[in-house]
Design a protein around this ligand. Structure first.
Ligand code: FPP
Length: 251
């Protein structure tokens, strides 16, 4: 099924009775529409989206997920009006500062990936602090994609491998999927098992193009600020019913 119209929910109790995805990736979409429906500025939609971030992190930890990757800001998002970019950067900083201690207390380890050189200095500083103070966490790994674009990530790997070939350190025949993946920003984590996208859009939007090769895709019409842990658990239940074949046939 394509998931359209899917606003299924489930309880933690039910979800804990079976397999949960090891790595869940989320495209958090619909903040702008949520705000528009209420006659609010878009920035208020992003602010409300922070509650859903918290819900999702807590729900993933409760359910026993190992890795949660959230698409917080894409390369393309830099082209939004400067006021919105500023609001998003400000929120990010606010989120990091307000949640840092609580995340650490709950054993959540946060890592951030993307082209962070484009971020304003206070945001970079807040991110570095967040990574340091949560570094010991062992309950759940949360990865925030910020200023991230998957094509640029793939081009960077290709360029680095080409440089090694030119220097004579590597032969082109030695380049395979394993070596390629070892150059990606996500090299230390398993590939996502499940991709969730909110707000009904059925697109990948330059997110983890390589890593999502065999992920199950779940699209819900729920707008991101309205997304709760029960929606997350609903997605897990649907995932459990999927037949993952990785391109193979059934025995
Ligand atoms: C997409 O909604 C959402 C974003 C571009 C930003 C996501 C940011 C947050 C949820 C808040 C901060 C996050 C963290 C991790 C602190 P949209 O603006 O594209 O919505 P629309 O498609 O309805 O216009």
């Amino acid at each position: 099924m394509n998931g359209q119209g899917n606003e299924a929910t489930a309880s933690l109790e039910v979800v804990r009775q079976g397999e949960v995805p090891r790595h869940v990736a989320v495209i958090m979409d619909g903040n702008g529409r949520w705000a528009r429906q209420r006659g609010l500025p878009r920035s208020e939609g992003h602010r409300a989206g922070m509650t859903a971030v918290r819900e999702t992190i807590e729900g993933a930890a409760e359910a026993g997920v190992s890795h949660l990757t959230l698409y917080a800001f894409s390369h393309e998002n830099w082209s939004r009006p400067p006021t919105e970019v500023e609001a998003l950067m400000g929120l990010l900083e606010e989120y990091v500062r307000s949640q840092r201690d609580e995340l650490a207390q709950h054993g959540i380890r946060v890592t951030v990936f993307g082209d962070l050189t484009r971020l304003p200095e206070p945001a970079r500083h807040a991110i570095a602090e967040l990574e340091t103070s949560t570094a010991e966490g062992t309950t759940l790994d949360v990865h925030l994609a910020i200023s991230y674009g998957s094509r640029a990530e793939i081009v960077d790997v290709a360029r680095a491998l080409a440089r090694r070939c030119v220097r004579g350190e590597l032969r082109p025949e030695e380049i395979d999927a394993r070596r390629f993946a070892a150059g990606l920003l996500t090299r230390d984590w398993p590939d996502p098992d499940l991709l969730i996208r909110t707000s009904g859009e059925q697109r990948i939007s330059n997110f983890l193009l390589w890593q999502l090769a065999y992920a199950e895709i779940f699209v819900t019409d729920v707008l991101w600020p309205d997304f709760t842990r029960e929606h997350l658990f609903g997605a897990f239940l649907e995932y459990r019913g999927r037949d993952r074949r990785f391109g193979l046939v059934k025995a």
